[in-house]
Design a protein around this ligand. Structure first.
Ligand SMILES: N[C@@H](CCC(=O)N[C@@H](CS)C(=O)NCC(=O)O)C(=O)O
Length: 227
């Protein structure tokens, strides 16, 4: 018995056939939009943008919700009328349009490793951090029915997540391995934003502190100007 022939993998559309970005609706100072900003800066790509100050709730306007399906930023409009939200989805699209420098994995294993660390960072660090921030910070009072006990319940989980990242960054130069990838962008924007919630790596987190100093020196990671 012979093996059945392996079907050819359908070729994905060339980047030149894909719709182009029209504009990105965003809030430069918020951590999720900042991920995309760093990603684009690393690739040297510029996209027209409309800034929204979250406290104004302009992203809850019926036209915005009808267009994008959610009030979460960033949100991307494309030339064919399609839209994308979710930072990772938007970055995936820009990686297809501008493959170099590669930030999402050069092969299946590296892509899987990156995804593993992105998910760990989102679920074990960013999620508890956002509970702490959104349920304690006065600026979030227009967006959240604040329950301070929820913030306190998430503080120990956040501490565990910060320990996990420090262990990784003690053993590894970058989050997903030996080079800068989107996993570093997700972790860096999360930890840099944590300062706003008065959460910082402690002095024993030498791996994280070493890595944060290195990333802070990258031009793409310059802090956005407020106001
Ligand atoms: N999972 C989404 C999260 C986006 C998100 O939560 N964005 C925040 C800013 S960091 C937002 O738009 N918040 C608006 C609100 O809560 O009203 C993504 O990855 O894009």
């Amino acid at each position: 018995m012979t093996d059945a022939p392996t079907p050819a993998t359908p070729a994905s559309a060339p980047a030149s056939a894909l719709p182009r970005p029209v504009r990105m609706i965003t809030c430069s100072t918020a951590p999720n939009p900042r991920r995309v900003d760093i990603f684009l800066a690393e690739k040297g790509v510029d996209v027209p943008r409309t800034e929204i100050e979250l406290a104004t709730r302009a992203h809850y306007a019926p036209e915005h919700l009808a267009r994008f399906g959610t009030h979460h930023l960033p949100a991307l409009e494309l030339t064919d009328g399609e839209t994308l939200t979710e930072t990772l989805a938007i970055c995936r699209y820009f990686e297809a349009l501008h493959p170099e420098p590669n930030l999402m994995g050069r092969d299946g294993f590296e892509a899987a490793k990156i995804e593993q660390w992105v998910r760990r960072t989102e679920m074990l660090v960013a999620m508890p951090l956002f509970y702490v921030f959104r349920h304690t910070h006065p600026a979030m009072a227009t967006l959240e029915a604040q329950v301070p006990a929820l913030a306190e319940a998430h503080r120990p989980r956040l501490a565990d997540g910060l320990d996990l990242l420090n262990r990784r960054l003690t053993a590894s130069a970058y989050i997903a391995g030996d080079r800068f990838t989107i996993a570093d962008i997700v972790a860096y924007t999360t930890l840099d934003f944590a300062k706003v919630a008065k959460v910082r790596p402690d002095d024993s987190h030498t791996g994280t502190l070493r890595w944060m100093a290195e990333l802070a020196a990258r031009p793409s990671c310059a802090r956005p100007k407020r106001g």
